[in-house]
Ligand binder design. Structure first.
Ligand code: IPD
Ligand code: CA
Ligand code: CA
Length: 257
């Protein structure tokens, strides 16, 4: 069963990637969703349709949660959580930091996930208990034990009028500490780059399950740690995400909480 799930996951992500590549730097329709720069393009929708067709072709009864269409066939214990383009703003501006993210949950636990950036040709993959991989080579989180030598990444919600902790203030604290903090614009890539040891930690408020589902498992399988902003155990449905190499987790928590 797991081989068939894996093949389906990888076929779907590669089919979606063909669509992203076809339209990248070309012209396509772009619309705003709830706020000015929360965008959806016709490419998000075309890639999503191709991905869902492949999954449903193999597993017609499986639950699907996908960013643009929402929930489909909600009865199954298997749930595919799909972001057809994570980093749509980047995609819309021709910035090659964007990806497709597909996670697979069984009875509420993530069992498989893949994140593919077709413009850097980087495919991150993890299966529960079997490690995390970048283009088939095992990856691990970094070994930095001290926050002073960490390189961090974060993201900002499209709007945050209702958030208690101002994300700019948290960002400012790290910058005043003299730490490098990047903002790539794709939460799924941020998580995978922590898993690969490029970054030592990532935090963001108000992500959605499709941003995190695959990256969550990839982080865990690469030896990292992921919690909410209180350091408590985490689910992809939570609104606070802190993912680190595990060694600097508590120090980062002190700054953001
Ligand atoms: C967004 C990206 C971004 C993050 C936003 C997400 P989208 O996803 O992951 O990095 O800061 O919160 O909504 O809209 O490009 O799929
Ligand atoms: Ca997203
Ligand atoms: Ca998206």
């Amino acid at each position: 069963m797991n081989d068939k799930l894996k093949n389906t996951l990888l076929t779907a992500i590669h089919e979606g990637a063909k669509i992203l590549r076809h339209y990248f730097e070309g012209s396509f329709e772009i619309k705003s969703k709830d706020t000015l720069n929360n965008l959806v393009t016709e490419v998000d929708k075309k890639a999503e349709e191709a991905i869902i067709n492949i999954i449903q072709g193999e597993f017609p009864s499986h639950f699907i949660l996908s960013e643009e269409v929402g929930e489909l066939s909600t009865e199954s214990n298997y749930k595919w959580i799909i972001d057809p383009i994570d980093g749509t703003v980047n995609f819309a501006h021709g910035i090659p930091i964007c990806c497709i993210s597909i996670g697979l949950e069984l009875e509420g636990k993530m069992i498989m996930g893949a994140v593919f950036n077709p413009f850097m040709n980087e495919l991150f993959f993890a299966e529960k208990g079997k490690g995390a991989f970048l283009n088939n080579k095992p990856i691990h989180v970094s070994n930095s034990h001290q926050i002073e030598s960490a390189c961090l990444v974060t993201g900002f919600p499209y709007k945050w009028a209702t958030i208690d902790t101002d994300p700019i203030k948290v960002f400012e604290k790290f910058i005043r500490m003299g730490l490098p903090v990047r903002r790539l614009g794709s939460a799924a890539i941020d998580l995978c780059w922590v898993a690969a040891g490029r970054f030592d930690g990532f935090w963001e408020y108000n992500l959605n399950p499709w941003d995190i589902a695959a990256g969550y498992l990839i982080i865990e399988e690469a030896g990292g740690k992921i919690t909410n902003f209180k350091g408590e155990s985490y689910s992809v449905y939570d609104k606070e995400t802190l993912a680190t190499n595990g060694k600097i987790h508590d120090e980062i928590l002190k700054v953001i909480s």
